[in-house]
Write a protein that binds this ligand. Structure first.
Ligand code: PCA
Length: 212
């Protein structure tokens, strides 16, 4: 039995809702494959969010982990290429913590690549008429913190993991003047991203190029 762990986040900053959580819940509830999809909602807190995700990993031993977060202002579903070993908040996290130029993992490598087939995911979404693009930075806030901790934990394991940022929806709040996508579109995009990853052999990632 294949187990897929999906994470989303609680609301933060000016946003009253977080579509990353709403979408992963729906992807899991509506999944029609033979795989088991499990979801976990993470706090928007440096360190604590990553610990919660890695605790779930330890409990479930998943075959694939896809962490999802909101990137308000983006207009496409964006698989992240690279996680950086830095915490540098523009705003404080939900626990009031605002790190400046700290590492996620002391003495850890500068960065980790995503091990999701990010180009195949973008291709699949576009083929279905959904807006998608590779992103070259997950920022330096809590999403990148979780992404880096996840990739660091799985480094060399052969288990696929990565991070996808999604745009705001019209219901997210605090998005005046920013682009939004309907939640249904985000759900369909994430569903396709998981399906594509499951259907793309690990070797195909290497064939596409070592950096994704
Ligand atoms: N987005 C934030 C943290 C939680 C979320 O959904 C980020 O991009 O870091």
């Amino acid at each position: 039995m294949i187990t897929v762990l999906l994470s989303g986040f609680e609301p933060f900053a000016e946003h009253t809702r977080n579509p990353s959580w709403e979408a992963v819940e729906r992807v899991a509830a509506e999944w029609d494959g033979t795989e088991t999809l499990v979801t976990v909602q993470l706090p928007v807190e440096f360190g604590a969010a990553a610990r919660m995700l890695l605790d779930a990993v330890e409990q479930l031993s998943p075959d694939l982990v896809v962490a999802v977060g909101l990137a308000a202002g983006r207009d496409a579903v964006t698989p992240e290429r690279i996680a950086m070993n830095v915490r540098d908040g523009r705003i404080a996290d939900n626990a009031g913590y605002l790190p400046v130029d700290e590492p996620v993992v002391a003495e850890g490598p500068t960065a980790h690549w995503s091990t999701l087939p990010i180009k195949a995911i973008v291709g699949a979404l576009r083929q279905h008429g959904l807006p998608a693009a590779v992103s070259n930075t997950a920022g330096s806030f809590v999403c990148n913190d979780v992404f880096y901790a996840l990739q660091n934990a799985f480094d060399g394991s052969g288990i696929r993991s990565g991070f996808i940022h999604v745009p705001a929806t019209p219901e997210t709040g605090g998005t005046d003047g920013l682009p939004t996508l309907p939640l249904d579109t985000i759900v369909e995009g994430l569903r396709l991203a998981v399906r594509t990853t499951l259907d793309t052999p690990t070797d195909a990632r290497v064939a596409e190029g070592a950096t994704h």
